[in-house]
Ligand binder design. Structure first.
Ligand code: SAH
Length: 209
């Protein structure tokens, strides 16, 4: 499996049918997903590990982890309707790889209320950016670093300083930043009809040992 093959596989997953604006639903671009998962994999954070996808949506990030050899993936999502789509997408991915993917489970929960009893090796998350619900981004970050000692988390680049400060205040260190341009759907911004391009930073953070 190469990074390019992973990106192609992820690009074939089923997107949101009718994205819910209040939940800030939009799929992570497959290239960006492949880039950060590839990095995590190179660092030995995926193969044989338990990975949690917070705000899993279509499941693209967790499914990428399964394809790269994760032992188990827990998809956490508040939207009940996400379950079936995640199951269909895991099945789609399974059809396209040789060998059995690791196990997975879908947990329906509101991440901003804290996720109890979940402990893993790595969290991958493209959370709501807090556009509709202020502070959702930092609540996700808090949950991520409570669940695992390492995470990859996407944020709007304009909030980069605030996110970096939150990471440090949670006792973690920023190891790497990846920058992308996402075309967000028009529904993500009030009063605008056209899709718009937004600078996005994905942080790789780990807890201080
Ligand atoms: N990573 C996914 C979705 C990104 S959009 C993908 O690429 O497909 C953000 C996701 O977070 C949406 O699926 C939305 O339903 C979910 N979400 C929003 N608020 C949430 C909350 N409080 N708890 C859990 N999930 C939430």
């Amino acid at each position: 499996m190469s990074k390019a093959t992973l990106a192609v596989l992820l690009s074939r997953l089923e997107p949101f049918e009718q994205p819910k604006t209040h939940l800030e639903q939009y799929p992570t671009p497959s290239e960006a997903a492949a880039t950060i998962l590839w990095d995590a994999s190179q660092r030995g954070l995926v193969r044989g590990k338990h990975v949690v996808d917070l705000g899993a949506g279509t499941g693209i990030l967790g499914i990428g982890a399964l394809v790269l050899g994760a032992k188990k993936v827990t998809f956490v999502e508040v939207d009940q309707e996400a379950s079936q789509r995640i199951e269909r997408n895991v099945a789609l991915a399974q059809e396209r790889v040789e060998g059995m993917l690791g196990t997975h489970e879908v947990v329906i929960a509101d991440v901003t209320k804290g996720v109890r009893n979940l402990s893993a090796d790595l969290v991958v998350s493209n959370p709501p950016f807090g556009t509709k619900r202020k502070g959702a981004d930092v609540s996700f970050l808090k949950a991520a670093l409570a669940i695992a000692p390492a995470c990859y988390t996407f944020h709007k680049s304009v909030t980069e300083r605030h996110v970096a400060a939150a990471i440090v205040s949670l006792g973690a260190v920023v190891r790497e930043r990846f920058t992308f341009t996402f075309g967000l759907p028009p529904t993500m911004r009030q009063h605008e009809k056209k899709a718009h391009l937004v600078a996005i930073t994905c942080f790789h953070a780990t807890k201080d040992l």
